[in-house]
Design a protein around this ligand. Structure first.
Ligand code: MRU
Length: 343
């Protein structure tokens, strides 16, 4: 199925002083742009998921430090902005990666040039992530050249990472090469990133797709309706264990039980070599009301105790391949991750 490439979706843009972000909480119904003029504005937008997706929150945080320094270029302002943005969400390592890179660039800069240095470093990270997206798309499409029907989870396209995204970039490349027959997107409760954002992106891309409730996914995989599952990642440990949107682990188990590939795509900026295994990855626990309600309407008995982990952990042994901009790690283990990082 060949598709024409539509104009790029602009999730973030920086005008030299403020960051403008498409408010992802309003999608797919309203395309609203937020003006974020301070580190506090950007951190709040990341916390409420107006800006989301591991590489995108890293880039947004980098611009958040830059925006803050255009207002107040002092050392105190730099340190406060970095701390606020690094801690906005705990699971994706891209946040600390990008914030620390901008901080180092600022510390190296002439004191009169700190804001310009922060802007330049943020733009460099943004451009590198966009280039990584294109490279991942190529590597992933070669790996999955024979897959006709793929399943994906959460949202991993241009709303979640610069360029075309991570897993969804691979899917878009497969569609462009003409081999893809269709995509099955999971809803991704509780915040419905699949139903709201992946469907929005696939519609814009003109890629044939169906939406299923999360509970239907394993049965479809077992029934032979899916050739491969491909998802993104928020943190990859040194041994290849992966943290990604809650529900990923179940898809990996179903894929292994059925004998189809379970592929993870993400830039090397999502690999945390300081984290030995999944046991060291902090899982974000979000507000119980996200489970109790949907689109503002109550779904259950008021006050029901709910647990709301935003991510889960998939052991490396369940992952057929890790697709990065530097190439593919397969099997996924400490040795293949080290070899990838050494490229
Ligand atoms: O909580 P979110 O919406 O930021 O979760 C995002 C994901 O889990 C994505 O799968 C992940 O960031 C993939 S990388 C684009």
């Amino acid at each position: 199925m060949a598709v024409t490439r539509p104009p790029a979706l602009v999730a973030l843009r920086f005008d030299g002083a403020a960051l403008y972000a498409l408010d992802q909480t309003a999608l797919p119904f309203n395309e609203v742009e937020l003006e974020l003029a301070s580190a506090a504005d950007v951190a709040a937008a990341i916390r409420r998921l107006s800006i989301r997706g591991a590489p995108l929150i890293g880039v947004a945080a980098a611009y958040g430090v830059a925006a803050e320094l255009t207002r107040d270029p002092s050392q105190e302002s730099l340190e406060a902005a970095c701390e606020l943005l690094r801690d906005a969400r705990p699971t994706a390592v891209n946040l600390s990666y990008a914030v620390d890179r901008v901080r180092q660039a600022v510390l190296r800069a002439d004191p009169a040039e700190v804001a310009a240095a922060a802007v330049a470093e943020a733009q460099a990270i943004d451009a590198e992530e966009a280039a990584a997206s294109d490279a991942m798309a190529r590597h992933g499409a070669e790996l999955l050249a024979s897959a006709r029907r793929v399943m994906t989870h959460c949202n991993t396209g241009a709303l979640a990472a610069p360029g075309r995204g991570t897993a969804l970039a691979v899917i878009a490349e497969l569609a462009q090469r003409g081999s893809l027959q269709g995509v099955v997107a999971t809803e991704s409760r509780p915040l419905l990133q699949g139903a709201r954002l992946t469907v929005y992106e696939l519609t814009k891309l003109g890629i044939d797709h169906e939406l299923v409730v999360d509970g239907a996914a394993a049965g479809l995989i077992a029934g032979g309706e899916i050739d491969a599952v491909i998802v993104g990642c928020d943190r990859v440990a040194a041994n290849g264990d992966v943290a990604n949107k809650v529900g990923t682990y179940g898809l990996a188990l179903a894929a292994q039980a059925t004998g189809i590939p379970f592929v993870v795509a993400g830039p090397t900026t999502t690999i945390d070599a300081t984290c030995a295994s999944a046991a060291e990855i902090q899982i974000e626990q979000r507000d119980a009301d996200e489970v109790r309600c949907a689109a503002g309407a109550a779904l259950t008995v008021a006050g029901t105790r709910c647990r709301n982990p935003a991510f889960d952990l998939t052991p490396a042994g369940l992952i057929s391949a890790l697709v990065t901009e530097r190439g593919i790690a397969a099997p996924v283990d400490g040795a293949s991750i080290r070899a990838l990082l050494a490229r």
